[in-house]
Design a binder for this molecule. Structure first.
Ligand code: BMA
Length: 319
């Protein structure tokens, strides 16, 4: 991993113990700064089945903070107000565009996994604006319109055409209204990421810099020699965080990428949990002193924080 990144010394910053309702795994959290407060939507998996070692329930919770480090979890859970087809939503990524608050999420339905975008004014009630065709997830929105269009990165799951196994890539789409999405283009193929042999996906939503759109992604390495690695009977993947820079004018073009992971699972809370060795960023905030806070799910069990200097992150991408 890069030595320019620092783990917050008191990680994890949010765990199931901080949640005032049934919670077992608290991870993969989208975070934004909005009107001087930090807002986090986190994934909560609960109701562990001791036999199958899986969890029956998933909900999204809200936490608020004045410094981005100490969080207070609200008792209300996120509700989707206008869609009956969604059975489960997870892996939220928050974004603010022109003062409106959006969340991208993965949605399990009876007919596949869909990438959703919803809008909220209170962080609790969310109105769905669009759902992709299945299978698709790991959507992130850019913080402003580009050439008059909303822009997102996404991760469809092509199976037949990629050899009948996980070989999934990062794509670009844009939209005039957040509802109709198109002009889709490949951004980055899994074969272009040296630390991934399995799949990649957008991680935290991009931030704007004068050198380009800076954005994280996850890169997955499958090692079939791994045996039991977590609570499940079989978990053989390692999730790394990667970082890249996209062209300001045309964010479907990668102009730089670190060939090494930004963060590799090394800390105890990243190496041991429900699924060992998972780093899954969903939130990235640029502070006025150029510190970048990156929030990530660790081992699919807790929420953690890493920080870095903005110029150092850009250097990692262009060297
Ligand atoms: C992905 C998603 C994430 C999860 C990751 C690692 O496919 O399901 O929610 O964090 O796997 O288990």
């Amino acid at each position: 991993m890069s030595n320019l990144v620092t783990r917050y010394p008191f990680n994890p910053i949010l765990t199931a113990k901080d949640v005032p309702y049934p919670a077992t795994l608290v991870f993969n959290a989208g975070v934004i700064k909005y009107k001087d407060l930090y807002y986090m939507l986190f994934r909560n998996d609960y109701q562990l089945s001791p036999l199958s070692r899986t969890l029956f329930g998933t909900s999204l919770g809200l936490a608020i903070s004045s410094d981005g480090i100490k969080w207070e979890v609200k008792k209300d859970k996120v509700t989707i107000t206008n869609d009956q087809s969604i059975k489960r939503i997870y892996d939220p990524r928050l974004q603010v565009i022109e003062d409106s608050i959006y969340v991208c999420f993965a949605a399990d339905t009876a007919h596949g996994i869909r990438g959703g975008i919803a809008k909220t004014i209170d962080f609790i009630n969310f109105e769905v604006l669009s759902l992709s065709t299945p299978d698709n997830r790991n959507m992130v929105l850019f913080p402003e319109k580009i050439h008059g269009k909303y822009v997102r990165l996404e991760r469809p799951f092509p199976v037949y055409s990629r050899g009948g196994r996980d070989r999934f890539d990062i794509w670009y789409s844009d939209s005039p209204d957040m509802k109709y999405w198109g002009n889709s283009q490949l951004v980055l193929g899994v074969e272009d990421v040296p630390f991934s042999n399995n799949k990649i996906g957008p991680a935290a939503p991009p931030i704007k810099t004068d050198k380009g759109w800076l954005t994280t992604f996850h890169g997955v390495y499958l090692n079939k020699l791994r045996r039991k690695n977590g609570w499940e009977h079989k978990w053989q993947k390692i999730y790394y965080a990667g970082i890249m820079l996209l062209d300001l004018n045309d964010p479907s073009k990668v102009i730089g990428m670190s060939r090494k992971p930004l963060l590799s699972p090394e800390a105890d809370y990243e190496k041991k949990g429900f699924r060992n060795d998972v780093i899954f960023p969903c939130g990235m905030i640029l502070e006025s002193d150029k510190t970048v806070k990156i929030y990530y799910g660790a081992a699919d069990t807790v929420v953690s924080l890493m920080t870095a200097n903005l110029d150092d992150l850009i250097k990692l991408c262009v060297n």
